[in-house]
Ligand binder design. Structure first.
Ligand SMILES: [Zn+2]
Length: 293
């Protein structure tokens, strides 16, 4: 395996040439790509958990206080997630898709930033935070609509979270969230939950099958900014490896699949993706590679 320490090293050239040697890469993205848009990550560059534990799915279902704690954190975090904008890494992937270099994007992030940037073939592996699901009747509604309802029912709580930044969100747990009023489904009164896969929950089977189809139709796997600690992401590397397809990992820390990669680029993803995209554009403009579609 070639191992590139920083994006300016000569070995980067060989890694980028390798990426350009074939088309139809499936790209799997993780939290690191969203952190460039100001969304805090849950693990550091070594994949170590660095923030408070998330509420697990079973706990959310059976424990009202856990639900209130979850929503208190979620209400505070939504202010930043809903305002986040795609960054250069998201935008480079859009261009690479248009040039036919990548077959699609599977993201472990729930912020919808790939779609906001303009990527077309996106699978949100762990769901979308901007949608809320009723666990009884399956109705879907807008997360922003729910935020407005939360604000209407809990004005004092909103006053208290006003000055808390994303990095200091552990302070939310110090607030009194026990009296939080949580709206229920407007159709059936059922429990509402963001339409995302919680810890302890599983990715829906139909979505896993769509991912497998995408992997089958791709020539290789490029992992971007994920430590692959969660199995639902790591299994893409197992699939690619079993199919004899190359795996390239672009991540500024260790990952669970480093031993499976043919190339590992240890760098921040933004500059490397932009560099790759620019090289492809240049080659297309001098007629050495396919066409813009
Ligand atoms: Zn309902």
């Amino acid at each position: 395996m070639d191992f590139v320490i920083a994006h300016k090293e000569p070995l980067l050239k060989s890694s980028l040439n390798f990426l350009m040697s074939q088309t139809q890469w499936l790209v799997l993205t993780g939290a690191g790509i969203s952190s460039l848009s100001g969304i805090p990550t849950y693990r550091n560059s070594e994949g170590i958990w660095q923030r408070k534990s998330p509420v697990r799915y079973q706990e959310f279902l059976v424990n009202e206080m856990s639900r209130k704690q979850f929503w208190a954190r979620n209400i505070a975090g939504w202010r930043f997630m809903s305002a986040a904008k795609p960054n250069d890494a998201h935008l480079a992937l859009v261009q690479l898709e248009k040039m036919g270099l990548i077959s699609g994007v599977v993201t472990q992030n729930v912020d919808g930033l790939h779609e906001k940037a303009g990527s077309r073939g996106v699978i949100d592996l762990h769901g979308r935070a901007d949608t809320v699901l009723c666990l009884s009747c399956g109705d879907l509604q807008s997360r922003q609509f729910l935020q407005d309802l939360f604000k209407k029912h809990n004005p004092n709580f909103f006053n208290k979270i006003h000055r808390i930044t994303p990095e200091a969100d552990s302070r939310i747990d110090d607030l009194d969230f026990t009296s939080l009023i949580i709206p229920s489904c407007h159709l059936c009164g059922g429990l509402l939950k963001p339409d995302v896969v919680f810890y302890g929950d599983v990715v829906p089977r139909g979505r896993v099958n769509s991912c497998m189809d995408m992997m089958n139709a791709s020539s290789g796997l490029l992992v971007v900014a994920s430590s692959l600690q969660v199995f639902s992401g790591y299994r893409f590397c197992i699939w690619a490896s079993n199919q004899g397809k190359p795996i390239v990992i672009l991540c500024n820390g260790d990952t669970r699949a480093d031993h499976l990669a043919v190339k590992k680029i240890r760098a921040d993803c933004g500059p490397v993706l932009e560099h790759w995209m620019q090289l492809c554009k240049n080659r297309i403009s001098v007629g050495k590679m396919g066409k813009l579609v």
